[in-house]
Design a protein around this ligand. Structure first.
Ligand SMILES: Nc1ncnc2c1ncn2[C@@H]1O[C@H](COP(=O)(O)OP(=O)(O)OP(=O)(O)O)[C@@H](O)[C@H]1O
Ligand SMILES: [Mg+2]
Length: 363
């Protein structure tokens, strides 16, 4: 699949913007703070309904305006599709596919497959478990629209259970309600644990191959799911933790505390990996994400690369290059020299300056 056109109105620093893309590699270059990332963000929001940068729609609306619009035409399976997104200050966003309003983000996620990659992602192994859970959740939500539904249901119940734990000291009669929340937490939670466990196994098969190629067979990578509670033990563990939960007034057990371990040559990279090992493994994970989407959905995802090239050494750049050749790619950078030197396959170049993007004649 690939994106043909993007139209923005009052999105971030763009008053209006109309771009036509190449099905291959599209490069956005320009100085800092000109609006390169904003373009990638608009594509990402339009394809997933969420921004990786801000949780509030209002922040994406151009200063002084009340609404923003994003329109994207894409080609999928030989058919042209259209997505319209309407962001509003204090209301939820409106989304339509081919002119028909949709109510669930899952519909969007099953239409568009994006892999977003920023320097932050290179830190996924180094940083805390939250980023690793987000990585898993985003991947699972693309593969299985039902997962997204179960995840939001779990998060809602978790919030309610935590609120109840806070209110409990003033109102003991609420304790009985805790059982009701627990039952739901277990139902939704078990779905998450089960899906994550299977996903990590599938991901591991791909990552293992890729990582071995990346390191010329020098390093073996192993992924290991670390559920806070195993599926079969969740009920007991939640029950056992009840007194503790009441004391700390929050839910201390469940998949919202999950993590996964990345082991290379027997060492846990989260704690003992070198900076370079952590980055290589992060890159392998990201590349595996692309392969997995291709395998499962039989559709090539679109790759969004924000500023990552400058963060990678030439070995890793060329590994990324091999992947870029086969999927539509949007890439930002401040200068073109690196790309030219490495003979990156560039199909279209846009120069971005102060909220304007012009197609550059010369590549
Ligand atoms: N809601 C908004 N309305 C208007 N302008 C905005 C809005 N949000 C952000 N901006 C502006 O967008 C610019 C940043 O754009 P962006 O992050 O895309 O830059 P960039 O070209 O990716 O820069 P860098 O190379 O530093 O990553 C900033 O100048 C910021 O003031
Ligand atoms: Mg940027």
């Amino acid at each position: 699949m690939y994106i043909e056109t993007l139209d923005l109105k009052n999105f971030r620093n763009y008053e209006t913007l109309s771009l036509t893309f190449d099905p291959g590699t599209n490069v956005f270059y320009g100085d800092n703070a000109q609006g390169k990332t904003n373009i990638l963000e608009s594509v990402n929001v339009c394809g997933t309904s969420k921004s990786y940068r801000s949780s509030k729609d209002s922040e994406m609306i151009r200063f002084g305006e009340d609404e923003a619009h994003i329109r994207m035409h894409l080609q999928k399976g030989g058919v042209q599709r259209r997505i319209d997104m309407h962001l509003r200050k204090n209301k939820s966003k409106g989304v339509a596919i081919d002119g028909i309003p949709i109510r669930k983000a899952a519909e969007l996620l099953s239409l568009v497959h994006l892999v977003f990659f920023s320097p932050e992602d290179l830190n996924i192994i180094k940083r805390g478990p939250g980023g690793r859970r987000r990585f898993l959740d985003a991947l699972l939500s693309q593969m299985d629209p039902y997962y997204l539904h179960q995840l939001s249901a779990y998060q809602k119940i978790l919030l309610q259970r935590n609120k109840l734990l806070k209110d409990l000291p003033g109102n003991r009669s609420l304790e009985a309600t805790l059982d009701v929340w627990d039952e739901q937490l277990i139902t939704y939670g078990c779905y998450l644990i089960n899906s994550r466990s299977r996903m990590i196994q599938e991901l591991e098969m791909i990552v293992r191959e890729r990582h071995s190629a990346l390191t010329n067979g020098r390093e073996q990578i192993v992924l290991q799911y670390e559920p806070n509670a195993e599926e079969t033990a969740f009920r007991t563990k939640l029950w056992d933790a009840r007194e503790k939960d009441k004391k700390f007034r929050q839910t201390t057990t469940g998949p919202h505390r999950d993590d996964f371990k990345v082991i290379v040559s027997g060492i846990d990279l989260r704690h003992y990996g070198s900076q370079g090992q952590q980055r290589s493994a992060a890159l392998s994970l990201k590349l595996a994400e692309i392969s997995l989407i291709e395998q499962k959905i039989h559709e090539k995802p679109i790759l969004l690369l924000d500023d990552v090239l400058s963060e990678l050494d030439s070995r890793r750049q060329s590994d990324l290059l091999k992947t870029i050749g086969s999927v539509q790619t949007f890439l930002t950078c401040t200068g073109m020299d690196d790309l030219r030197e490495r003979n990156f396959p560039i199909d279209r170049v846009f120069h971005v300056e102060a909220g304007h993007a012009e197609e550059a004649e010369e590549i």
